[in-house]
Ligand binder design. Sequence first.
Ligand code: F6R
Length: 630
Amino acid sequence: MLVTTLGRMCGIIGYVGASSAEDVVLAGLRRMEYRGYDSAGIALVTADGLAIAKKAGKLANLEKVLADQPLPPATTGVGHTRWATHGPPVDRNAHPHISDDGKVAVVHNGIIENFAALRSELERQGVELSSDTDTEVVAHLLAGAYDSSTEPATDRFAAAMRAVCLRLEGAFTLVAIHTDHPGQVVGARRNSPLVAGIGEGAGEYFLGSDVSAFIAHTRDALELGQDQVVTLDVEHGIAVTDLAGTSLQPRRFHVDWSAAAAEKGGYPWFMLKEIDEQPAAIADTLRGRLADTGQIVLDEVRLSDEDLRDIDKVFIVACGTSNHAAMVSKYAIEHWTRLPCEVELASEFRYRDPVLDRSTLVIAISQSGETMDTLMALRHAKDQRARVLAICNTNGSTIPRESDAVLYTRAGPEVAVASTKAFLAQLAACYLVALYLAQARGTKYADEIATIVAQLNKLPDAVAETLGRMDQVRAIGRELAKEPTILFVGRHVGYPVALEGALKLKELAYIHAEGFAAGELKHGYISLIEQGTPVVAVVPARGRNSVHSKVISNIQEIRARGAKTIVIAADGDDEVAPYADHLIHVPKTPTLLAPVLTTIPMQVLACEIADTRGLDVDQPRNLAKSVTVE
Ligand code: F6R
């Protein structure tokens, strides 16, 4: 028998209220589909017991099933959209899973590490399991732990959930319904995300993997912590306890995203909309944090200036695109603060035993705030007594909650799986943190900071201007759509931009792409270049200590070997024109800030190539937005 752990990073929603649970749950799943799209399912508590529909593939497949066979009316339900790591994404493995007595339906995100032992135990008791998943075990355990004599009756199902959670090892978010409690949804979390929403009308509550699950209905939410169990009850409201049953008061927060921000708004792809939202993402991230006096104001950073003066080393940990933001910020932090700064892939960080102590500042950058690798790196840093500052886009998520301080990027909800506006907002936040450190440590005078602040304030307009010039890039994208390989090169802060360009292209267009430090070409990579190989090169601004002329030499070298060169350079820089098959100009901006602009053509290029190849730009194969497993 194939035994797999399925459903690891997924979108989960639970609803109780007065509206049609089917409508609310499906709409929530639509907004969370970016979290996984291998299968989708829904379960409702109806007058005749549980009603369930589930289907492998994208949510559209489930919607078709429901259009053909509508479920009976119900006002309590759960839903799930799944990203699988192992095993076939077939109907029987889709969530929700049902207990053998037919009373409990459960959806799950995470991995139950001891599920094999639990499964054997259930099989010995004669329970027949009908899927290959770890999740189904939980449904049967919940039915087994349910005790109809528990008082008060309103706590009965939650008590079963607590008892089951105590037996589970691993990471999980669970959301479940029970036919004996038609007005209740019960959830629990350990190391996987879950937030609760408080509806505007009386007796309406939500659970979601993130706030986008219920943003169309409410922007008031509760943070749920580690090993907590939450009961949504249409009559009695929300109750949260720890696993011992002690009642807890979760922190309430208000989401400043609008529901419209999580919709496509007339664009064919979320990614295109999010690319266009970048001027606002940067402006919102900077707003209120740059005083006219040149002082940087970071209210949410709860580290004293004394703490900051104690710091003698900075590590930045992050994954994927966020790691590229980290690489850019290393240049700014070292240049502006003179503090040594290392950038680490979060997935590698704790396994190499980094040297950390109370004087180390660890900055964790994460759009979702749930990336397991980054969370584990952060916990490792805290265990070593380092101070941790999070740069995060998602209010109420785990990484900022577990950090000593947080600076939120205000990019708004990012739905396309490939990160764009969150990246630019991360860059803006990183510059703020670097200046803040420089200010607190006195490595920059106020007037120097004021000059950089003035340059930062010009970025939203410069981003808008860059976006207005992208027709040329789209045409290049169409020209390159059939290429088997595209290379990206840059130096200094242009190097992480090249890595980001290559990552965007790989993940969206499934084209082999590599990003290099241009200076490394001659150490091996240049042998990849054949007649006509497209190479995208980022030219830095001219200036003191600039590598401008070096990059131009590198471009000449690759052109001499037959490369087709697509060059991104600042306005007025035409020195490279003789060596560029295509020359893309972006507004002139200081070297350290340039990635905010030079990344944009990379994003547009990848998007256009993927679209021309007929691919799903928002939901590339095999990926999920929020990577909640290691
Ligand atoms: C690429 C992309 C990923 C994420 C990475 C980290 O377009 O989106 O590489 O950047 O999975 O995610 P967060 O920032 O949520 O920790």
